[in-house]
Design a protein around this ligand. Structure first.
Ligand code: BT5
Length: 324
């Protein structure tokens, strides 16, 4: 983290109580003049910082941006979010994460206030205005590429649990959407860099319509989407949400590495919006209709397509239908 972010983290940790310029200069190994310069820069970013000659600096108001300093202060994870790269605006956090993945530490998070070219699966677009939470997590699990779909499911569980902790009934639509009242509030895009038999890195892109006005989305997306703000009836504390999400993700990821996928899959099934639904699956090769009856240990969807005939779908687009 740069000096400005570390300075902000220290002011946040002291929770509005003044911290002397001398102490800050010592802890950050810079001059008091440099502290003052960075305090000015934070004020320009919208932070309200009071200063008194005797007591020092105290933070009394923040613009609520998802800056590394804001996220680091109060983050309880060990690996996820140790390094955070922040952008006011970027094309896509997944693109940035992929460019840096080779040299980045596991757990690095790339986050942006808005994206100009947010990406969904199969070249689809992801609308990413200010107010949302658009982030990508770089992980380096020692797994075969064929196990990557489990990472998407694992991420879905972490998002759904986080949303539920804010009192909303989030459910997961196979493979990668999180829904509230049947409407999409989050999409997950997992991208993998791999050798033939081992993953080098995995980028888990998570997009959450937090304090976004989905009413302003294009017609074809508006009705099928919602935001946390809309469902709660008030804005959500995005920083608190990110703290919880990164902690949930880390706990589930550590469990995945230590104990495998079994209990995570159980949690996924319990929060599934897809199991028991009539669905239409579109893959590059075919369109298949059936009842979703389960998800197997690889994260593949199991469909009953008629008279006990089962089909296994590893990847594809899934639409929930009304029962025939
Ligand atoms: C997804 O794709 O749902 C994955 C979305 C991942 C977004 C994150 S944000 C951080 C990171 N950086 C990126 O560039 N991407 C990741 P898919 O299943 O293909 O769904 C895409 C479809 O969802 C679109 O075709 C629209 O119909 C719909 N959609 C687009 N933007 C939306 C939004 N903000 N909220 C709800 N639905 C949306």
């Amino acid at each position: 983290m740069n000096i400005k972010d570390r300075l902000l983290e220290k002011l946040l940790i002291s929770k509005g109580k003044p911290v002397s310029g001398e102490k800050l200069a010592h802890e950050l190994s810079v001059s008091r003049a440099a502290v003052w310069k960075h305090i000015q820069a934070l004020r320009e970013d919208g932070y309200r910082i009071e200063s008194s000659t005797h007591l020092g600096y105290s933070l009394v108001g923040s613009p609520g941006k998802l800056t590394p300093g804001e996220i680091r202060a109060g983050l309880k994870t060990k690996i996820i979010g140790k390094d955070i790269r922040y952008f006011e605006e970027t094309e896509s956090t997944n693109i940035i994460a992929r460019e840096m993945a080779g040299r980045a530490d596991e757990g690095t998070v790339v986050i942006a206030e808005s994206q100009t070219g947010g990406r969904g699966r199969l070249g689809r677009k992801w609308i990413s205005p200010e107010g949302g939470i658009w982030l990508s997590i770089i992980i380096k699990p020692k797994i075969q590429p064929s196990f990557a779909p489990r990472i998407t499911l694992l991420a879905g569980v972490s998002v759904a649990k986080t949303i539920r902790s804010f009192g909303l009934q989030a459910k997961i639509k196979w493979p990668n959407d999180v829904l509230i009242n049947g409407k999409k509030v989050c999409g997950i895009l997992t991208e993998v860099g791999a050798e033939i038999d081992l993953i080098d890195y995995c980028i888990v892109g998570i997009g959450i319509d937090a304090n976004v006005d989905t009413e302003s989305f294009p017609d074809e997306i508006r009705d099928g989407s919602t935001s946390l703000k809309k469902e709660l009836g008030h804005e959500i504390d995005r920083i608190g949400f990110v703290h919880k999400l990164l902690l949930e993700f880390e706990e589930i990821y550590v469990e995945f590495q230590k104990e495998g996928f079994h209990s995570i899959l159980e949690e996924w099934r319990n929060m599934s919006a897809t199991i028991g639904e009539w669905v239409k699956i579109t893959t590059h090769a075919a369109t298949i209709y059936g009842e979703a009856v389960g998800v197997d240990s690889e994260g593949a969807l199991i469909l009953e397509t008629g008279e006990g005939k089962l089909e296994k779908i590893v990847a594809g687009n899934c639409e929930h239908l009304r029962r025939p």
